[in-house]
Structure formats: structure tokens, C-alpha cells
Design a protein around this ligand. Structure first.
Ligand code: SF4
Length: 329
């Protein structure tokens, strides 16, 4: 294995092979996937992977698989239906009181199960200054929207200067009461959570950061330090996870994940049923199985560790609880 290649983000199939994260016999398969879906494995994520374990739950989230090029009959390009709810570039307004702001579509890592996989990528989606100002003007002109949710892509990939600009403009809008960010950076690229980045988040509004993590091992020492920096600055930390076959599809794995979140001051918020994005079927866990797994947590772990188990309604209908009705649907 070439150790130096692990000192920077790996973005190619050949890089994964050189780093010892992919058997040479699977390079062409991964290269074919990379022509359609971006690859990115940060040094910290590479260090979490046990390459000797073919079922490693961290590798499964990030190492491309030829199965991604097969789209199941029920899978669709835009499973959360962002497009029909986009009043202006970079904004998704699905619910009356809140709206998404997507200032960029780049991420620190590219998850093989991503629901926005058809649009995210390293070169994509950065709003121009004019587009960003127009999107922020939309928030200012829409008083029914009291919560702005920064997502993407990953908003903590923005420069501190650009992030601060967004925070300042949203903070100056009287009807915005809550600002929320969704990010995988604290666990997958925690060195990006610099003092400058934390300072850029400064606001008098209620600020929540939803950390996307799916396995207890993602809470490395650098991740713990990044989360501590955020917590110290007054950011309320919430956890969001996706129920994934081969990653966290046992009660033990979920318990360890949610306990790890709590230890790092992250309140488990949402456990998502997998969205039906193209080429992700190998990650699917049926809702009836998910309900059993979540039910097993009751009585075993503190209620603080229970997230709400939700599924996205098809066609942009929004989230609903996973219940026996969903199971029967
Ligand atoms: S970090 Fe989020 S948006 Fe980016 S690839 Fe992963 S799931 Fe998709």
C-alpha cells in the first residue's frame, strides 16, 4: 500500500487501489462507476477502513461498487423531489415554514447511497455570488419561512468568508428564527472545522447543526475535537443517520452509533429510511425490519438516544414516521 496517497482525498479508482482500499481486480468496475458518480475518501475516512474486512461498514459507505450502475425499477433520480419545489436556484421550499438553501453541491466524501447522487460532485453546484444573493433575497421576501436549512452538498465545505456572508444575511432577516446546517464534515473531514469556520457560524438566531453519521467508528478523536469546538461555541448538535444494510442494520450497531453520538453531545434526531436513489438497492433495509431494530432500543438505551425513524414520501410529500402503515404500504 502507498501510504502517501492516504494523505490527501482519494478521488479515483486507481487511487483506492494504490491506498490498499480496493482489490486491484475491482479497479475497472470502480472506474466505470466513477464515470457516473463521484468518489471521495478523505484521509481520516481511509484510516477508519479495515481493508482486510470485506464487510467493513465504513468501506461500504464510500468504496464504489459495480452494483451502482444497475437501477432498480423503483429507483428515481430525484427521490426527494427537490426540483418541483425549487422557486429559485439553490432554494427548495417544500414545507410552509422552512426552506433549504443549497449554496454548493460538493461534499467532503461521496456516499454510495446518497439521495442527491445525481447532482452532487466536486465540480458542481457552487452558486455564483449573484445567485447566492438572489437566493438570500428570496428568504428575505418570504416571511412564512422562519427556518433556513443549509444543505447541499455540504455547507461546511464553503470558505469561512462565504459561510459568514450567508449566516450574516440570514441572521439579519427578522422572520428567520432558526438556522440549521446539515453536514458530514465533522466526522468525515473534521480538520475543516477550524476556529475560523466556527466563528463564521456566529449568530444570535437559534442554530442547529445536524451531523450525518451512520456508524460508531465514525466518531474518531479528530471528529470528537471538531464536535467539541462546535459545542463550545453554542451550536446545538443533532444526529442524522440512514438505516443501511451492512452498515448499521443490527440493534447492536444502532445502539453503538447512538451512544457514540450522545457521548459527543450529539442528540440523535432522525434515522432515515433509505431513499430510492439509483443504484442503491444493496443498502435497503425493509421498514418492518427497521421498526423491529428501533423497537429493540427501547428499554436498552436512554430515551435521549432514540431518533425519530422517518421515510421520505414519494413525489416530495415530505417526511413521515415509519409506522406499521408504511410497512403495509
Ligand atoms: S455527504 Fe450527504 S449530500 Fe454528500 S454524498 Fe454523502 S449523503 Fe450525499
Amino acid at each position: 500500500m502507498d501510504q502517501t496517497i492516504r494523505e490527501q482525498t482519494i478521488r479515483t479508482a486507481s487511487g483506492l487501489v494504490a491506498a490498499g482500499l480496493l482489490p486491484p481486480g475491482r479497479e475497472s468496475e470502480a472506474a466505470a462507476v466513477a464515470t457516473r458518480y463521484a468518489i471521495a475518501v478523505t484521509p481520516i475516512v481511509a484510516g477508519m477502513i479495515d481493508a482486510a474486512d470485506p464487510a467493513d461498514p465504513i468501506a461500504r459507505q464510500y468504496i464504489p461498487d459495480g452494483a451502482e450502475l444497475t437501477t432498480a425499477a423503483w429507483e428515481i433520480d430525484d427521490p426527494t423531489a427537490d426540483a418541483p419545489f425549487t422557486p429559485i436556484k439553490g432554494v427548495v421550499h417544500r414545507y410552509p415554514d422552512r426552506a433549504l438553501l443549497k449554496p454548493l453541491l460538493a461534499c467532503p466524501v461521496y456516499c454510495r447511497f446518497c439521495f442527491r447522487r445525481e447532482v452532487v460532485g466536486p465540480g458542481g453546484g457552487l452558486l455564483s455570488d449573484a445567485e447566492l444573493e438572489a437566493a438570500l433575497d428570496w428568504f428575505a421576501a418570504t416571511p412564512a419561512v422562519t427556518e433556513a436549512i443549509l444543505t447541499g452538498g455540504d455547507p461546511l465545505m464553503l470558505s469561512p468568508r462565504r459561510l459568514a456572508r450567508i449566516m450574516q444575511r440570514l441572521s439579519a432577516i427578522p422572520h428567520i428564527q432558526v438556522i440549521r446546517l446539515h453536514s458530514r464534515v465533522p466526522v468525515s473531514d473534521p480538520d475543516r472545522v477550524t476556529e475560523a469556520q466556527v466563528a463564521a457560524l456566529e449568530t444570535e438566531k437559534a442554530l442547529f447543526l445536524c451531523v450525518h453519521a451512520n456508524h460508531a467508528r465514525e466518531f474518531s478523536a479528530p471528529a470528537a475535537a471538531a464536535l467539541r469546538r462546535l459545542n463550545r461555541s453554542g451550536v446545538v448538535l443533532l444526529g442524522q443517520s440512514v438505516l443501511l444494510r451492512g452498515v448499521n442494520d443490527t440493534s447492536e450497531a444502532l445502539e453503538a452509533l447512538f451512544r457514540a453520538m450522545l457521548r459527543h453531545r450529539v442528540k440523535p434526531y432522525y434515522l432515515h429510511q433509505l431513499d430510492a436513489a439509483p443504484g442503491t438497492a444493496r443498502f435497503a433495509v425493509p421498514p418492518e425490519e427497521g421498526l423491529r431494530l428501533v423497537a429493540n432500543l427501547r428499554g436498552r438505551v436512554t430515551g435521549l438516544a432514540w431518533p425519530t425513524y422517518v421515510v421520505e414520501s414519494p413525489g416530495g410529500g415530505g417526511k413521515r414516521l415509519v409506522t406499521a402503515q408504511v410497512q403495509a404500504a
